[in-house]
Design a protein around this ligand. Structure first.
Ligand SMILES: Cc1ncc(C[n+]2csc(CCOP(=O)(O)OP(=O)(O)O)c2C)c(N)n1
Ligand SMILES: [Mg+2]
Length: 908
């Protein structure tokens, strides 16, 4: 201790003069820092951490609330001294990258010259090119690497860059490149964005609806672990990479599931957020710093964060900055201001960034060119390599790399770092020449005007290098390759027990579907491939027996004795558990559904997901993920349970689903069924497995099931098994013909789901009280019937001279006499859409309007889908057809107790 300090310490601090106090503080701090230096030198960094932690907890014990800081200094996380040597040929890689930049830009410019307004993006890839190229040349391992192969979620708007690389790799032709965004051209052009549906051999993951790629990548990495832990896929070092826009982090799907990754310790997951500080309209966080904000969020969520903020040219200045002035300047610099330096170049940086004598001194030796070299870290391959290398080696946590880049890098006056750059798709010849000069490309003025694409000669060092790197890393990216073999579907007989009735025992269709799953889980071939997915709703659906039977997946097993361990059906977590119990996240569950339902393509494993959820929280809440599932060619069963607006009693407006079947209509490769009975479910599930896994069709299924218990009648006897099967799958079959053969008045009643019971009751009343013979049809799928009718209509229109065909529904009714009336627990529009394809008009009853808390009987009365309303609708239809007097209908209405001025469920 110094003498000064000794003397000062003896005094009461409150008595000190300000200069004395300042001196005391200064000396005291120095003492502490020197002690720390000593510990670092003698005990190393781990000892320093221990001491600081002990100090922190000591201070907390004294009631000192330490300030919380989740971010670190605004400098690169990896110090220059810790950067590994670059393993590649930087010069060659630069030439390759620049050529890809060119081809990517040229394809967008060309497309818009040919067809103004066709769209495309230059600026996104321009900012991310070096990030990707370091990945392509050194990290992304291809399919030949087997369990060490990587999966990469590419940022959708950067798609021109991946096409441009595939072009250099000779995987795409000039014609395909020229037809970017012209998928109906010949030869077929390239998809705007990553779409496995449209380019099934190229793209694996649709990412362009912002936020979906990020959440899908988390559950993909987790699912990969699940496959490994369950012994379905060999353990390996393969990573899941996701490239994400900084603006994209505004989407709740992007950040909403990040703790799932840290909880599961997914060190097979690497995110690269391209922080070009801009989104479509302007800066992402102009008045702050998106990189620091994201760092805080990810560190707080248990991720390993690597910042790649500054390029190598800054290293010298940071080293020279002994006072911390430069770092303080980095930390006060808001993104909107720093965008100016990127947009206006070195002079702007020189004037506005180095704005104090201290900072000016730091760069006093700089020439103007030196300022231009002060690059952002995301454009520096050495820095990027260091980050990727650290990320892939990191253990126990997922890693996010926050790479600072310039949006529209290299576009110069055509848009670099401009607010309009995202949508810039036209460069004039001067701008293209400037681009060429900036990236030193061997392209002539003449080429710029004619075919703008450039490919390296086959025996050029660039061509050899890029192909060798990919061969070494195990094949190309992106590439989608289905290697799974077909698997024979379970025999129809496996489900025989569902074809016979349940007698007096009342069973809900939810119970039926759970029993079907339990049956499959015991099957030798299929048992291990079933992936039950539940968002915290297993008890609602009566699935808790499965907890014990097959276990809930947890990578760490069960570290506690569950509270219900004495119970036969206790809550069992295990590292080879089969159930994905996702907690309350339909979005996360859907991401798991997609991972499990596309494992046939990504891992060659035929896992088959059954995702059971509250039907109300499916299509309307996570509809975009269902659309992404369709695009991804996902297979599996979506099971909307507790379905039906009037069947889910008590829960009210927010829970009662009467429209998910309408929302299922738009998804082209989705088959949707609203079955009434166990035998129908058994037929649909068996056929689904056959089509998806035996025939390898890229389709998936939506089934609604309900929680109303009623006796299951079994397969009707008047149909052969083949006839029944065809009817159920095509969408309708005659379930119960009328027994009243002599009746003059006739009707055909359609029932679906639980409303089938109302229809059967109406059949009885019509016959007993009104002399109407009604046949009852079970309509299992309005979507299937409608689709078939549209296809038939189209076929007839395109072949006008041929004998017209009739749709399946029309043919089914060809011999059936009488008026047509349909009733379901879904909106009327389903049946109305089919009606014009039938031989006669059809009246639709359904559940349009808001649900409400009530008992089933009252709800069905309110929504006018109970037996009495079906009877009234039938009699009214007969009157409309001139077969009955209006007075008779009026009398019936009163006899049935229906009030004419009752509330309208649509408006009430
Ligand atoms: C869900 C969704 N909303 C909006 C868009 C339209 N959109 C496309 S790109 C973009 C801006 C992207 O900014 P950022 O994520 O920062 O990516 P960058 O291009 O800057 O790398 C927007 C709003 C979209 N594709 N998806
Ligand atoms: Mg951005």
């Amino acid at each position: 201790m110094t003498d000064v300090l000794d003397q000062l310490l003896d005094l009461d601090r409150s008595q000190l003069e300000p200069t004395e106090l300042h001196e005391l503080n200064r000396v005291e701090l120095r003492e502490w820092l020197e002690s720390l230096d000593y510990v670092l030198a003698s005990g190393g960094p781990d000892r320093v951490k221990e001491i600081i932690e002990a100090l922190e907890s000591h201070a907390e014990r004294h009631g000192i609330a330490l300030p919380f800081q989740s971010d670190t200094s605004y400098i690169n996380t990896i110090a220059p001294a810790d950067e590994p040597p670059y393993p590649g040929d930087l010069e060659l890689e630069k030439r390759i990258t620049n050529m890809i930049r060119w081809n990517a830009m040229a394809m967008v410019v060309h497309a818009n010259k040919e067809s103004p307004g066709i769209g495309g993006h230059i600026a996104t890839y321009a900012s991310a090119a070096t990030l990707y190229e370091v990945g392509f040349n050194h990290f992304f391992r291809g399919r030949e690497r087997g369990p060490d192969a990587d999966l990469v979620y590419f940022q959708g708007h950067a798609s021109p860059g991946f096409y441009a690389r595939a072009y250099l790799e000779n995987r795409l032709s000039d014609e395909q490149m020229l037809n970017f965004r012209r998928e109906l051209a010949d030869p077929r052009g390239l998809s705007s964005y990553p779409h496995p549906w449209l380019m099934p051999e190229f793209w694996s993951f649709p990412t362009v609806s912002m936020g979906l790629g990020p959440i899908l990548s988390i559950y993909q990495a987790r699912f990969r672990r699940y496959l490994e832990d369950r012994g379905l896929y060999q353990k390996g070092d393969g990573k899941v990479w996701a490239f994400i826009g900084d603006g994209e982090t505004d989407e709740p799907e992007t950040l909403g599931a990040i703790r799932v990754a840290s909880r599961a310790k997914l060190d097979n997951l690497v995110w690269v957020i391209n922080c070009n500080l801009q989104r479509l309209d302007g800066p992402v966080f102009g008045n702050g710093q998106i990189i620091q904000e994201l760092e805080g969020i990810f560190r707080g969520s248990g991720w390993n964060v690597i910042k790649v903020a500054w390029g190598s040219a800054w290293d010298e200045l940071i080293k020279k900055d002994t006072t911390g002035a430069l770092i303080r300047r980095f930390e006060e610099l808001v993104d909107g201001e720093s965008q100016r330096y990127a947009a206006f170049g070195g002079p702007e940086l020189k004037e506005r960034f180095f704005n104090t004598p201290e900072l000016k001194e730091l760069v006093s030796h700089f020439s103007d060119a030196d300022f231009n070299r002060l690059n952002r870290g995301g454009h520096d391959p050495v820095k990027i390599y260091a980050a990727f290398s650290a990320a892939t080696k990191h253990q126990g946590q997922p890693t996010v790399i926050l790479a600072r880049t310039v949006k529209g890098y290299g576009m110069g006056s055509a848009g670099e770092a401009q607010n309009v750059t995202h949508q810039q798709k036209k460069l004039d010849e001067d701008e293209m020449r400037a681009f060429r000069d900036r990236f030193e490309l061997p392209i002539t003025d003449e080429q710029i005007v004619t075919n703008p694409f450039y490919r390296f000669d086959a025996d050029s060092p660039e061509n050899k290098y890029l192909l060798e790197r990919r061969a070494e890393l195990g094949g190309f990216h992106p590439e989608r390759r289905v290697t799974a073999e077909p698997v024979e579907a379970p025999a129809v007989e496996l489900f025989d027990e569902f074809m016979t009735g349940s007698g007096d025992r009342a069973v809900s269709t939810t119970m039926v579907v759970v029993n079907l799953m339990r049956k499959l889980l015991r099957d030798e071939t299929w048992g291990k491939l079933i992936v039950p997915i539940i968002p915290d709703e297993a008890r609602t659906f009566g699935m808790e027996a499965l907890f014990r039977q097959i276990g809930i997946y947890s990578p760490v097993g069960q570290l506690y004795e569950p509270v219900d361990s004495a119970n036969l059906l206790y809550y069992k977590e295990s590292s080879d558990g089969q159930i994905l119990e996702e907690g309350i996240t339909e979005a996360g569950s859907m991401a798991s559904f997609i991972a499990a339902g596309t494992a046939y393509a990504n891992y060659g494993v035929n896992t088959i997901p059954f995702f059971l959820y509250y039907s109300m929280f499916g299509f309307q809440r996570i509809g975009d993920l269902i659309w992404a599932a369709a695009d991804s060619r996902t297979k599996g069963f979506l099971i909307g349970a507790t379905a039906g607006r009037t069947t889910l009693a008590g829960e009210g407006l927010q829970h009662q689903d009467g429209h998910s079947h309408v929302l299922a209509q738009p998804v082209p490769n989705l088959l949707a069924y609203d079955p009434a009975f166990a035998h129908e479910l058994a037929i649909i599930v068996q056929e689904g497995m056959r089509r998806m896994y035996q025939e390898q069709e890229d389709i998936f299924y939506y089934l609604t099931v309900a929680n109303e218990n009623y006796p299951q009648p079994g397969a009707p006897e008047h149909l052969s098994r083949d006839e029944l099967r065809a009817g159920v799958l095509n969408g309708m079959y005659l379930f119960r013909p009328s027994g009243a053969t002599g009746a003059k008045l006739r009707a055909q009643l359609f029932g679906s789901g639980t409303i089938m019971n109302s229809v059967l009751e109406a059949q009885r009343i019509l016959e007993a009280d009104y002399g109407v013979a009604a046949d009852v049809w079970s309509v299992t799928s309005y979507k299937a019937l409608h689709r078939d009718a549209l296809m038939t209509e189209r076929r007839n229109r395109l072949n006008p001279a041929e004998e017209p065909e009739r749709a399946y529904a029309y043919r089914a009714l060809a011999e059936a006499e009488g008026v047509l009336v349909s009733a379901s627990d879904y909106m009327k529009i389903q049946a109305d859409a089919l009606a014009r394809h039938l031989p006669r008009p059809m009246v639709a009853l359904g559940t349009d309007g808001f649900g409400r808390s009530e008992a089933r009987e009252e709800l069905r009365d309110f929504f006018e889908v109970d037996a009495k309303h079906i009877v009234l609708a039938t009699l009214h239809a007969l009157a409309q057809d001139g077969q009955l007097e209006a007075a008779a209908v009026l009398a019936a209405r009163d006899a049935l107790g229906i009030e004419p001025d009752k509330a309208d469920p649509y408006t009430d």
